[in-house]
Design a protein around this ligand. Structure first.
Ligand code: GTP
Ligand code: MG
Length: 261
């Protein structure tokens, strides 16, 4: 079973990969981590499988590409090694494989290459996407709408069960954690926050209201889980949610963690 960590640059994916592995292993699970970032320099965990063994980002710089173009081409070229990467994972034979992806989210929200390579590694196994929304995006309701719109793009592209989490929740106010985030799934709540906000008006308000309405109308919202590497309980709740999703048979939806909190 595969757990794909996705999120904007610096959202905490690599750190979470290592911490989640420890949490899961403490309950007896056998967990492997795949580093899926060809441009990673230092990782906060020991990768069991590493795409840097297959592609070198420098080779793409040498072809005259810039840093972003190089990363995109490097990930695309991993399609040639997906069988080998899967063989490596199968040799380890873990209960769960965590895939730590690069923060160049365009690869997964808009382009074909990222999902294509990941799907060819995952093949017919069950998988779940954990989408990390950095707590910095929770500073005002318009930014919450923006990051949820991005989360919905990822969901449209991957068509996999997806758990949306707010990462680094230790940096958020108590009011956000206790009162605002738990209510975000309630139809119309985000719109009321937007209308009450003093910082948003005019066109930005109209656009944000329309996007928020569309997110509710499409049924996109599930409960959003705040997580922090400094809060072991939040990691255990995330693991519980992952287990629940991976043992359910539904094809693709946003998962609701109401019953787990
Ligand atoms: N306060 C706080 N900081 C965190 C948490 N998780 C990660 N960080 C910090 O956030 C920074 C970025 O973490 P990374 O794990 O490298 O983020 P990433 O998403 O892998 O970044 P890219 O691979 O560059 O996209 C590091 O300084 C981490 O120590 C958290 O739960 N709380
Ligand atoms: Mg990383």
């Amino acid at each position: 079973m595969f757990i794909i960590l996705l999120g904007t640059a610096g959202a905490g994916k690599s750190t979470l990969a290592g911490e989640l592995k420890s949490t899961m292993e403490n309950t007896g699970a056998n967990v492997a981590i795949v580093n899926f970032d060809p441009a990673a320099e230092k990782l906060p965990y020991d990768a069991d499988v590493d795409v840097r063994d297959y592609v070198k980002i420098e080779d793409f710089f040498d072809k005259g590409l810039g840093p972003n173009g190089s990363l995109i081409s490097a990930v695309d070229s991993l399609i040639n090694y997906s069988d080998k990467i899967r063989e490596e994972i199968d040799k380890i034979n873990p209960d769960f494989t965590i895939i730590d992806t690069p923060g160049q989210l365009e690869l997964f929200a808009y382009r074909v290459g990222g999902p294509l390579v990941l799907n060819s590694i995952i093949y017919n196994e069950k998988s779940v996407v954990i989408f990390l929304m950095d707590s910095i995006f929770f500073d005002n309701p318009a930014n919450i709408v923006s990051i949820l719109t991005l989360a919905s793009s990822v969901n449209t592209r991957f068509r996999k069960p997806q758990i949306n989490v707010v990462s680094k929740s230790d940096l958020l106010d108590k009011e956000l954690i206790d009162e605002i985030i738990p209510r975000l799934h309630e139809d119309g709540y985000l719109e009321s926050l937007l209308r009450e906000s003093k910082d948003i008006d005019g066109y930005t308000l109209d656009l944000s209201l329309s996007l928020a309405k569309a997110l509710y109308a499409s049924g996109y919202f599930g409960h959003i889980l705040p997580i922090s590497i400094f809060n072991e309980l939040s990691l255990r709740l995330l693991y519980g949610k992952i287990q629940e999703v991976l043992t359910e048979s539904e094809d693709y939806k946003i998962y609701d963690n109401e019953n787990n909190l």
